[in-house]
Design a protein around this ligand. Structure first.
Ligand code: ADP
Ligand code: MG
Length: 338
């Protein structure tokens, strides 16, 4: 074959593979866009694990009517202007890839209205091609609906798991969003049934109660530590509510929910002998660092990050966990000796 540039729609389909692995990836991108748009209320609805339909509604800033088609172009973003900005970016998104990627692999409908606009606008696209753009009455904010995931890429569709499994992935993602954004009221519905609804009152404990119930919510220890530009707050579980997997180790760094073997190890080492081998703690922790010590641009989904001084972060977090556990033990001891 001769060498030729790929056309735009092929490029988008290929690139979508990096961003959109399964329905939960779409929910993540849409909900993060809602948070970046300063929404205080977000509703996430799925049907058939999100394969048939995903709808994310927010009451955020909305998109200007004349910018809607641009939002669906690859590398179109309102969040950064230069590569330097990545190291100071406060928003969850900045790569300008999500809407283009979602539109490449699903049927899209977007309804949006800015607060100061007279009317809203409805945009539809199929396989990345715009099919409608019209004025419509709408409340302030944005709704994005993605239908028939991977309808045009049968091979990828074949990799999807059963709807119950995909629902579980979306539910886990929705829980992570709720935990990492206690300031936002998040509602999650699957097949018309409400799964959870957080209030947005900023109380992390209330969210833990909503998601995991009384059993866990009554066995929490507060964590609070600050040192040399690092700070952490949140809750860890008493050792007796340990799990067989890392599924309930939640932590955010600078407002971003991430997975990090280094931070997991720091938390687990903080428990030391208090936890049996192959058991993992419950934790919901919020870390704050100077933004430049964390590189979030490692992978399009930004779940993996790189730290410029991982060792300092490890020692700090381990100490914070140890301290929280020791404080609880002292309280217990002094209660016994009374
Ligand atoms: P990114 O989030 O990386 O900028 P996206 O493809 O996710 O890229 O979105 C492109 C642009 O569309 C965003 O930069 C933002 O300006 C706009 N946008 C997307 N979703 C929303 C939303 N829910 N509310 C307001 N603006 C949005
Ligand atoms: Mg985005």
């Amino acid at each position: 074959m001769s060498i030729q540039l790929l056309d735009e729609s092929t490029i988008n389909k290929i690139a979508a593979g990096e961003v959109i692995e399964r329905p939960a990836s779409i929910v993540k991108e849409l909900a993060e866009n809602a948070i970046d748009a300063d929404a205080s209320v977000i509703t996430i609805e799925i049907r058939d694990g999100g394969i048939a339909m995903i709808r994310v509604t927010d009451n955020g800033s909305g998109i200007a009517a004349d910018e809607v088609p641009t939002a669906f172009l690859r590398h179109a973003t309102s969040k950064i202007r230069t590569a330097e900005d990545i190291y100071h970016v406060q928003s969850l998104g900045f790569r300008g890839e999500a809407l283009a990627s979602i539109a490449a692999v699903a049927r899209i409908e977007l309804i949006t209205k800015r607060r100061d606009a007279l009317t809203g606008v409805r945009y539809t696209a199929e396989g990345g091609q715009q099919t409608a753009l019209e004025e419509i009455g709408a409340p302030a904010g944005t709704t994005v609906i993605a239908r028939d995931l991977f309808f045009n890429t049968p091979v990828r569709r074949g990799f999807l798991k059963a709807a119950v499994t995909e629902t579980a992935h979306v539910a886990a993602l929705a829980e992570e969003l709720a935990l990492s954004h206690p300031e936002v009221s998040i509602r999650f519905l699957a097949n018309g049934q409400s799964r959870f609804h957080t209030s947005g009152n900023r109380e992390v404990k209330d969210i833990i109660y909503q998601l995991y119930g009384r059993e866990i919510a009554t066995k929490l220890l507060p964590v609070e530590r600050e040192e040399k530009g690092l700070s952490v707050h949140g809750f860890i579980g008493r050792p007796e509510i340990s799990r067989g997997s890392r599924a309930l180790e939640h932590y955010c760094i600078n407002g971003r929910y991430i997975k990090s073997p280094l931070l997991s190890k720091a938390i687990e080492d903080g428990y030391g002998d208090r936890m049996m081998q192959h058991n993992f703690p419950f934790a919901v922790l919020f870390l704050t660092t100077k933004p430049e010590v964390v590189d979030v641009n490692v992978h399009p989904t930004k779940r993996e990050v790189r730290f410029s001084d991982g060792q300092a972060l490890y020692l700090f977090l381990r100490a914070a966990v140890e301290e929280a556990l020791q404080r609880a033990e002292l309280i217990r001891l002094s209660a016994l000796s009374e």
